[in-house]
Design a protein around this ligand. Structure first.
Ligand code: ZN
Length: 86
């Protein structure tokens, strides 16, 4: 089974939530080792999932990494979560 970038993007939020089975997880990790694009998307997606953890409405726009980065920038520019560590 060969995992391409699009396949990784489709499952990346499940992957972060440990929602993929062991075999797919292994395939994704193998792909991430040699794919800088997907590694960057994984980092970005993790950031987004943290930022929207309350309602978890984030949807990964498969095939539109440019749009994803705009959304990421927007999320980062308007932090809605109250920091309670101050
Ligand atoms: Zn990739």
């Amino acid at each position: 089974m060969k995992v391409d970038c699009k396949h990784v993007w489709e499952h990346i939020s499940e992957y972060i939530d440990n929602g993929v089975d062991a075999k797919l997880r292994e395939e994704i990790e193998r792909h991430l080792e040699h794919c800088e694009i997907c590694s960057a998307i994984l980092d970005s997606t993790r950031n987004i999932l943290v930022l929207t953890a309350d309602d978890r409405t984030f949807e990964l726009p498969v095939g539109y990494s440019e749009r994803m980065h705009k959304r990421l920038a927007k999320e980062l520019a308007s932090p809605e979560q109250d920091s309670d560590d101050k």
